[in-house]
Design a protein. Structure first.
Length: 496
């Protein structure tokens, strides 16, 4: 729970000093050509800081530093126990600086401070701790071979890893990539979104303070060019991305054009949340559905943006959903009582408002449907439309607090609607019949299926990622290590 009051957070914000430089080879540095861009607080439209805009020269320096660090083994060559010790210290430092990191996240993205503390920063520290604790427990295999052969199957760090991460959970999504990548012994180039670079820049110093050697953890902010430079670089071995499907496709093309670097994509979604007539508790399902689409201003890849409701409970569900949405009234993100903050920037705000206008043309508005506090910042009221599966608002990822509610008659129809999407990130089913729940879960083409809940499972043990155009590979869990390692078979012929 937040320990500070609204006034205390405001006072901290007024005193906050922002670091905007890149972090390369163990030091904060301006971009070589001196270029900067501004990052803006969407809650009041005020610029926060000038940020280094890394270009070719900066990328070259950072890749060379990361490669040198990898080759000389200052991190990659440590015993897993040693990397674990440093990463546990890193997790501790993140916790010690929780207030500052949460404040930066809230100012940069507009998300409520309570969420920044309780979800983003807490989840980041937990993720770093989890991979630290795991890395000296996982070993290789000794496969069963012919009597005159001895073989091992081992995992080795892949080398130089670039992580291009999004603005919706800037630090948390970064940690889902850098924690396993660093634990496995790689060198890292972290490229935050131009909408939210502040926390990535700040934690570079904490990584260094924890003992991560120079050159191993580099942060390269950019705005329009840096990501592509990394994706095209021939000395980057792996690029892990979270963001839109459109950019994911470009990254694959860049890899194909350059060195066939490993590409891991965690992309968009249009996740179906299916409420059946025998749902155990309609009010609870509606509260979870509201959280599934209005939490974090709806800026979530796993947002339950398609709510499929069986006709027998439809009227009751809609009434409960409207009531639950009251808990997400947009307000000042620095107020610990605020349930919904501001949309991340003007571009995304306009994009969401455009979709709301499209929704008004093609569907029936149930509630919301407008901007609020327009003289202050980029706020949008929680919005729901009642619609059919074929509309644009029911098919396209909006990435805002806009929910498409679709009535249906049978479970088979619900599954057909749910799977009729280019995406396959997450899904949920609400029923009191356990067998039915499992049978339906099996039929859903999604990387995560929740039963009688939505978006539960901050637990690191659960892999997270998508089917179809929601991406490939998995963040979280031991499976994440597969992305940042190469598998080596070593075979020895015994003389016997
Ligand atoms: P985006 O377009 O998907 O990604 C922007 C990021 O990708 C920037 O960091 C950019 O860096 C980098 N990038 C662009 N082209 C690249 C390339 N060829 N190679 C490597 N990196 C490249 O995100 P957005 O513009 O912020 O958001 C647009 C939409 O994406 C949203 O409306 C939402 O639908 C979706 N989105 C999804 C998620 C998710 O969690 N799945 C998160 C955020 C957004 P440079 O500009 O420096 O090159
Ligand atoms: Mg910002």
């Amino acid at each position: 729970m937040p320990r500070l009051t609204h006034q205390q957070w405001q006072a901290l914000a007024a005193r906050q000093i922002f670091e905007g430089r890149a972090f390369i080879d163990g030091a904060y540095v301006a971009a070589v050509d001196g270029k900067t861009f501004a990052t803006v607080n969407p809650a009041n439209k005020q610029p926060l800081a000038d940020i280094a805009e890394c270009g070719t020269a900066d990328v070259e320096r950072a890749v060379a530093a990361a490669r040198a660090a990898f080759e000389d083994g200052r991190w990659s060559g440590l015993a897993p126990l040693q990397r674990k010790t440093v990463l546990l210290k890193f997790a501790e430092l993140i916790r010690e600086h929780a207030d500052e990191l949460a404040l930066l996240e809230t100012l940069d993205t507009g998300k409520p401070i309570s969420d920044a503390l309780g979800v983003d920063v807490a989840g980041t520290a937990y993720c770093v701790q989890w991979f630290a604790e795991a890395i000296d427990k996982v070993g290789g295999e000794v496969p069963p071979l012919a009597p005159n052969l001895h073989g091992t199957v081992t995992r080795e760090p892949i080398g130089v890893v670039a992580a291009v991460v999004p603005w919706n959970f800037p630090l948390l999504m970064a940690s889902w990539k850098f924690a396993p990548a660093l634990a496995a012994g790689n060198s890292l180039l972290l490229k935050p979104s131009e909408k939210s670079p502040l926390t990535a820049i700040r934690i570079a110093a904490l990584a260094q303070q924890a003992g991560i050697p120079d050159g191993v953890f580099n942060v390269l902010p950019g705005a329009g060019e840096t990501g592509r430079l990394l994706a095209l670089h021939r000395d980057v071995d792996c690029l892990a991305f979270t963001g839109s499907t459109a950019v994911g496709k470009k990254i694959m093309a860049c890899a194909a054009e350059s060195n066939l670097k490993r590409v891991w994509l965690e992309l968009g979604g249009k996740s179906p949340n299916i409420v059946l007539d025998d749902c155990p508790d309609v009010a609870q399902a509606a509260r979870a559905a509201a959280g599934g689409i209005f939490f974090n201003q709806g800026e979530m890849c796993s947002a339950g943006s398609r709510v499929l409701v069986q006709r027998g409970v439809y009227a009751e569900f809609m009434a409960e959903l409207k009531q639950a949405a009251e808990g997400y009234r947009p307000g000042d993100p620095l107020n610990p009582a605020t349930g919904m903050g501001a949309i991340v920037d003007e571009l995304q705000y306009r994009r969401v408002l455009d979709y709301i206008e499209i929704g008004k043309q093609e569907a029936k508005l149930a509630f919301g449907g407008h901007a609020v506090h327009t003289d202050t910042g980029y706020y949008i009221a929680p919005t729901a439309f009642e619609t059919t599966p074929d509309t644009r608002i029911a098919r396209e990822e909006i990435f805002g607090p806009v929910c498409a509610v679709i009535p249906f008659d049978s479970a088979d129809e619900a599954i057909a609607i749910a799977n009729d999407s280019d995406y396959g990130l997450a899904a949920a089913v609400w029923t009191r019949d356990v067998s039915r729940a499992h049978l339906l879960a099996r039929r859903l083409r999604a990387g995560t299926v929740w039963i009688n809940c939505y978006d539960e499972g901050g637990d690191q043990n659960l892999p997270f990622g998508g089917y179809k155009q929601s991406g490939n590979g998995r963040d979280k869990s031991l499976h994440a290590l597969e992305k940042y390692t190469e598998l080596k078979s070593t075979l020895l012929k015994l003389s016997c």
